[in-house]
Design a protein. Structure first.
Length: 171
């Protein structure tokens, strides 16, 4: 992503699943070989997917969770009883984070993209290797990510000042 120089992804909520639409490598890129354009996401494990699941209507969330098991890809993968309460936190802060849950050594932050009607278009995300990620300093990555997602959302007619339900950031 511009300014952060990290690998950036965009995905879309299609037919009840999160599907990657594009991957743009940054000049500090980290290559995630298990992901590709068109990949139908394991949305419960990854920040990109959780940013979607936090924004879909409750009926769609229930359907998704009922038909997708949480895969234990790494020792850091959270169980469903930890993921579901985290979705409210994601709604409130306007971004999702996973630290080594999808792939060991990889961290990801994701923010929703919302058009004029405030329904979810999809999320965008950045991936960072854990050696460049300081969990105590999320805002250095989440702020620029949310700003870019908000810029894209506004270009699609979104009118709110923030993507978070209860944001304390200035636009």
């Amino acid at each position: 992503m511009e300014g952060l120089h990290e690998t950036t992804y965009a995905a879309k909520w299609e037919n009840g699943d999160v599907v990657r639409q594009c991957i743009v490598e940054g000049n500090q890129s980290v290559r995630v070989w298990s992901l590709y354009t068109g990949y139908p996401e394991h949305a419960l494990l990854h920040a990109l997917g959780r940013a979607v699941l936090a924004a879909v209507p409750p009926s769609q969330l229930t359907t998704y969770v009922g038909s997708h098991a949480v895969e234990q890809r790494t020792p850091h993968a959270k169980p469903i009883n930890a993921i579901m309460p985290a979705l409210e936190e994601i709604r409130n802060q306007g971004y999702a984070v996973d630290v080594g849950e999808w792939e060991i050594g990889l961290c990801c932050l994701a923010a929703p993209i919302l058009p004029f009607d405030e329904t979810l278009w999809g999320p965008m995300a950045i991936s960072v290797p854990t050696h460049r990620f300081n969990p105590a300093d999320y805002h250095t990555l989440s702020g620029p990510l949310q700003d870019k997602a908000l810029d894209i959302s506004r270009s699609m007619g979104y009118r709110s000042m923030s993507l978070a339900k209860a944001s304390t950031r200035n636009p």
